[in-house]
Write a protein that binds this ligand. Structure first.
Ligand code: COA
Length: 532
């Protein structure tokens, strides 16, 4: 039998404590998500509605097929920055006329929908997802363009947005722009670069320069409608392919455009789908509040994969890393999951071999993170831990099958890299509220800094101020702890979102379906030099 049994005791006090800690973190997270949903707040939302307009999320809802899910991406973008949580843009994956699309919608209630540095990062990430997974893109546009005070951060890299749209088009991935309002200056190139363009009557404003700018530049007197209204673009310039009488009509027409794309996924359809045998709700009670306490990732796998059916690979070797084969929502999947936290030479080599196998068989990989990094110490250095860690990182870097990463607990040091951290281009990366990620743990980092300062004082023959040291350690610990938390990392776009553990199977199911928009072809060779 390869069906995983569960040893999770749901009546144990530890389970109740883990669950309570996770629920408390989920409450905090919900409060942050609510900020993104609130957009620019009551005043600006009321003004927007008084103009007879729909909000960004209402537009998305009307675009999607009824009762289908929307996987919102990076909802906490800009968290902890000077800009509104959500970064004045909603992005995500949803189904339109049966076609999975990457949808972006400016939030005009936040500073007129203007793009700040985090908006740009979020939009570029959405484009990356569309390109890697060949998802048609629907842009719901109403934006004041560049957030002018932060223009130095966005003007030059912002060109990438228009480059991406035209490259998607060149790659045969359809792009649709629906213009609900302002789309001026650089913003005019969103409809300009899209394959299909819909504009809303008396609302769309698509011009390179508005009336004041035109007057400054040439002295010509003009008005919004003649420079860039929907009527003009549909009848005169030809930039609009479709003229919509109102917002709902525009969304209806967008659905018709997608229905006529003749879009077919290139990769295989999923096979038979079975729910896990064990309850997904119990995912709340597995990760301890204190990440120093290890947990068995098989308890997680048993609640994620079809039929809880998991064929473990090398179960007796390198036991701090669990590897094996399963299916999730009918898609084949290889899983690498940290067990005891530390990665040793055996685990690293096992991972490298497993990743190669997945590439030979064209099977996507899921990385479940709970690692404090690669083992340090004389015996391990002498045993070649650098070489072996490098093998794993080489395999992850040059693997060609889609990778999905979920940070369940710790994701520290080079362990974050070997487990396909953000810089290793996983197709999607999500964190649980329990996750923490940094170069090392806060206590360790503060301790290292203190030892270095102590050695430096000794070398210079200076006395060491123990009191100042204790204060510095406490401060550094606090800072690193705050910078390791999921909301902080998500705010910086280091993941695609922080998710409720109970939603993990659904989220991964949507991601696996999305990655099969492009052919899943592993690397048959093309790895770097493996140091043996
Ligand atoms: N950069 C920074 N802040 C901007 C902005 C931008 N591009 N566009 C709007 N805002 C701010 C406004 O200053 C205002 O702030 P406040 O409420 O604190 O005063 C808030 O966003 C809402 O703008 P407002 O003009 O009241 O909203 P509106 O819905 O009536 O109009 C626009 C929205 C986008 C049509 C209008 O603000 C505008 O024309 N903005 C400039 C557009 C532009 O030229 N952008 C440069 C392109 S590169």
């Amino acid at each position: 039998m390869t069906v995983l049994a569960s040893a999770l005791d749901t009546s144990a006090p530890e389970y109740a404590a883990h669950r309570a800690a996770m629920l408390a973190k989920l409450d905090d997270l919900a409060a942050e998500h609510a900020k993104a949903v609130a957009g620019g707040g009551e005043k600006y939302t009321a003004r927007h509605r008084a103009r007879g307009r729909l909000t960004a999320r209402e537009r998305i809802e009307l675009l999607l097929d009824p009762d289908t899910p929307f996987l919102e991406l990076s909802p906490l973008a800009a968290w902890g920055s000077d800009y509104a949580v959500g970064a004045s843009l909603v992005t995500g994956i949803g189904v339109v006329e049966g076609v999975e699309c990457l949808i972006t919608a400016n939030d005009p209630t936040v500073r007129g929908g203007a793009s700040n540095p985090w908006t740009l990062k979020k939009a570029l990430r959405a484009n990356e997802i569309a390109a890697a997974n060949r998802l048609p893109v629907v842009s719901l546009v109403e934006s004041g363009g560049a957030d002018l005070p932060s223009q130095k951060e966005i003007f030059i890299p912002g060109g990438g947005l228009f480059r991406d749209l035209t490259r998607l088009s060149a790659a045969g991935v359809p792009t649709v722009a629906v213009v609900f309002g302002n789309s001026t200056a650089g913003g005019a190139y969103v409809p300009g670069m899209s394959d299909h363009v819909i504009m809303v009557k008396e609302q769309a404003k698509v011009f390179l320069g508005g009336p004041p700018l035109v007057r400054m530049a040439t002295g010509e007197e003009s008005d919004d409608e003649s420079l860039g209204g929907a009527e003009m673009h549909a009848r005169v310039s030809g930039l609009a392919d479709y003229f919509a009488v109102d917002e709902k009509d525009a969304l209806r027409q967008a659905r018709r455009v997608v229905a006529r794309l003749n879009w077919r996924k290139t990769a295989d359809r999923p096979g038979h789908v079975e729910p896990p045998l064990h309850d997904e709700d119990e995912l709340l009670g597995i990760v301890p509040g204190d990440l120093k306490v290890p947990f068995d990732p098989r308890e997680v796998i048993a609640r994620l994969v079809d039929g809880s059916d998991f064929d473990e690979f090398k179960p007796r070797y390198g036991t701090s890393l669990v590897t094996g084969w399963a299916r999730l929502h009918g898609h084949p999947l290889g899983i690498l999951a940290n067990a005891q936290g530390v990665l040793f030479s055996e685990e690293s080599q096992k991972a490298a071999q497993f990743i190669q196998l997945a590439n030979q068989r064209d099977i996507p990989l899921l990385f479940l993170h709970n690692t404090t990094g690669y083992m340090v110490g004389r015996a391990y250095e002498q045993g070649g831990i650098i070489k072996h860690g490098a093998m794993m990182i080489n395999a992850v870097s040059n693997s060609r099958v889609p990778h999905l990463s979920v940070l369940m607990g710790a994701s520290y040091g080079a362990g974050h890299y070997g487990m396909c951290g953000r810089a290793y281009d996983p197709r999607f990366l999500f964190a649980w509220p329990s996750a923490k990620s940094a170069v090392m743990g806060p206590q360790q980092l503060a301790g290292v800094l203190s030892l270095v300062a102590r050695a430096s004082a000794a070398a210079g023959g200076r006395p060491y101020d123990e009191e100042a040291d204790a204060a510095l350690r406490a401060m550094v610990e606090q800072q690193i702890e705050a910078e390791s938390l999921p909301a902080f990392l998500s705010g910086r776009l280091y993941d695609d979102g922080v998710i409720d553990p109970r939603d993990t199977r659904t989220v991964l199911g949507i991601c696996l379906s999305a990655v099969h928009g492009a052919p899943v072809e592993g690397a048959r060779g093309g790895f770097g030099v493996f140091r043996m």
